[in-house]
Write a protein that binds this ligand. Sequence first.
Ligand code: ZN
Ligand code: ZN
Length: 410
Amino acid sequence: MEKKKIVLIIGDGMADRPDKNHSYKTPLEVANKPNMDFIAKNGICGIMNTIGYGIPPGSDTAHLALLGYDPYKYYTGRGPFEALGAGLNLNKNDVAFRCNFATAEERNNKIFITDRRAGRGEYGLKELGNLLNFNIDDVDVIFKTSSGHRGVLILRGKGLSEKVSDSDPHTTGEIKDTVPLDNSYEAKRTSEILNKFIKKAYQILNNSEIQNERIKRGEIKANIVLTRGAGKLGEIENFEKKYKMKGACIAGVNLVKGVAKAVGIDVIEVEGATGHFDSNIEGKILKCIECLESYDFILINIKGTDEISHDGDFERKVEMIEKIDKAIGKLIDKNMNATIALTADHTTPVTLKEHSGDPVPIAILGDVRTDEIYRFTERECAKGGLGVIKGIDLINILMDLSNRKEKFGA
Ligand code: ZN
Ligand code: ZN
């Protein structure tokens, strides 16, 4: 039996709900997308709950599930995936956080946040981030500036827990100490270290020469760091060991790259892959075609559709879907002997500007039982031959269709 390669294309947040301002249609129903429709017409279609019925997935939990890892078992917070995606290495007991550079002011010995994003001014943030690597109470503090005003923080040492509250007040005002979220010694110790870190970071950042430079440039101070999304990676079974497939991931955003790294999948960088509307989608597809020589499974994430959905822009979402479609055409033209799956990680209705729990359409092209579905849309795919599937089952379905599954039983 010939084993086939697998390509999984994920239009992030691409699925939608009918919009009453657009004749009760979804962006997928309005877009002109011959290549996506080709996959639907010549493949098998269905509808998928990436996490479970009625659960609005995050991109991290959804991608874990689509790679065959139960997010309820492996997900404790966003921090570890952001840290991995930003290029830091993570041990299983490290506690990782997402961070924002912010602007703080001292009044009566209290620290007040005046801007949660330090005005989004990026000058000097890399150098400021480098100042935040030290040791507190035998715990190594590892900080790295990532994109924009963001950064990642790792606490590495004995007796740490991810059960601590955010230091980010999510609004301006007096900064709150983080508190332990359970009664364990580890949570108490971690929140104490975190509070010490934030005060020390404020002292170091506020006294840095770089603040004057920022002000000269018309930016505001970036003199404090706010933390959120604490998580621990724990033990995750390696993808290649688990599925006997060499996997790769092509993505623009750190969060998805981080999920891939967490399960031991190679992250392939593509120039101009930004995760935004302007991303080099064709470059990603071409890179995928090239990499299929050396990999068995490639996941491509295209983030732009989700970003636009959060902005609530129906027309641009249609445009983005059409751009993705054009790029997918390159893959189909190649006529490779691969199983190609097209789906979304979750629904992000433009009318909601947030993720929802509606299932997403899925179409699989390859050695499949075709059905009567001709268009890749939410409502058409719901009538397809795959029926309703769960995200965590997708990898098994794809492997079976690619002759990569071993028989269960005799
Ligand atoms: Zn997503
Ligand atoms: Zn989103």
